[in-house]
Every structure is written in C-alpha cells, then in structure tokens.
Design a binder for this molecule. Structure first.
Ligand code: HEC
Length: 174
C-alpha cells in the first residue's frame, strides 16, 4: 500500500510540488522509506515539479523511479547553473562595454585603435597581461610613457574583474 502511494506520487508528476504544499501525509518505513525520506529532504526546496513519463509501472521498480526522479532534478539543477553562468558571462561583457564607452573610448578611440595623445599604444594591439601590467603600473607610479599623470585616475577606478571585462569588450571591436 505504502509503495503504491509513493508510486502514484512519482508517476503523477507532482512529487515535488505536492510535497512543497505539505498537503499529503504518509508513513515511510524500512530501508526504502529512509532512502526516500532522505531524497525528499534533499530536494524539498527544488522549485520546479518533476515529470516522469512512465505510465505502467509495477511496485517492484519504485527504486528505479526514485532514481529517475533524482536524475531529473539533478539535470535541471545543472541546466540552471549553466544558464546562470551564461548570464554572468554576458553581464561581464556588458559591463566591459559600458565601462569602455563611458570611461575609455574618448581617449583610446571607438575601436580601441587610437594612440591616446600619441603616448599609448593602441589598446586593441595589447594582450590582457600587457593591459593589466600597465594599469597596475599607473596605480603604483611604476609605468610612464610620458603622460602617466593623465592615465592614472582611470587606472585607479578599475577593479580587477573590470579590467578583464574591458579587455574582452576590446576584442569584440577588432
Ligand atoms: C583622458 C584620456 C584617457 C582616458 C579617458 C583613458 N586613458 Fe588610458 N591612456 C591615456 C594616455 C594619455 C595614456 C598614455 C600614458 C602614458 O604616457 O603612459 C594611456 C595609456 C593607457 C594604457 C597603457 C597603454 C600602453 O601602451 O602601455 C592602458 C592599458 C590604458 N590607457 C587603458 C585605459 C582604460 C582601460 C581606460 C578606461 C577605463 C582608459 N585608459 C582611459 C589616456 C586616457
């Protein structure tokens, strides 16, 4: 009987949402019961319901179904993490663009190909390492091509991760 309840929950595609509403009460017993309980607690905060496309199952393969439920939840989580990473990468790019357009391009050119005041090299010809070394140099008064005093304030406002974002944006201008 107990197995049948679990089974119909899993198969009716509402395991997580039903549990989230906490509207169903049943007894979990034995080893399998413990495992299912652990599973339920582990995933009780998952937001999306899980669907199982397995119409005619017998009570013998409850474990199989639970494994399938777990695999599906896991796959969804991985997908969500991937989407988040993608979004963050996009955001990084957007910030780099924003920073370059508002704070750098007036001197270094819309395509990052200008030699600012005939002193700097074109930023689009520099590697990330060269750009970071130069910016660090300006901040620490260790780098000067003749007009460091003009560049220092701009080097000082950039955070480490913004330097890379600006560099990434510059690569899109080539
Ligand atoms: C007001 C004009 C101006 C602005 C705005 C400006 N720069 Fe510069 N930048 C310069 C000048 C001038 C130099 C050359 C300084 C020197 O003599 O060393 C330079 C040099 C550099 C260098 C070193 C280039 C090399 O050849 O080694 C980098 C990297 C750089 N700037 C990045 C930036 C970034 C990134 C921004 C925006 C956050 C920015 N700059 C904003 C004027 C500017």
């Amino acid at each position: 009987m107990f197995k049948k309840i679990i089974l119909s929950l899993a198969v009716s595609a509402t395991l997580v949402s039903v549990l989230a509403e906490e509207s169903i009460c049943f007894k979990l017993e034995g080893k399998l019961g413990e495992e299912i309980k652990a599973l339920v607690y582990k995933y009780k905060n998952s937001l999306e319901p899980v669907s199982i496309n397995n119409g005619n199952v017998s009570s013998a393969n409850v474990e199989e179904i639970m494994a399938e439920v777990e695999a599906k939840i896991e796959a969804k989580k991985i997908k969500q993490i991937k989407q988040k990473k993608k979004q963050e990468a996009k955001q990084k790019m957007a910030d780099g663009k924003n920073i370059y357009l508002s704070k750098c391009q007036s001197c270094h050119g819309a395509k990052a190909d200008k030699e600012a005041y005939n002193k700097s090299r074109a930023l689009n010809s520099l590697t990330l390492q060269e750009i970071q070394a130069a910016l660090r140099g300006y901040r620490e008064d260790m780098y000067d091509r003749g007009l460091a005093i003009m560049m220092k304030p701009y080097a000082s406002i950039l955070m480490d991760n913004e330097e890379e974002a600006v560099y990434n944006y510059i690569q899109t201008l080539k």
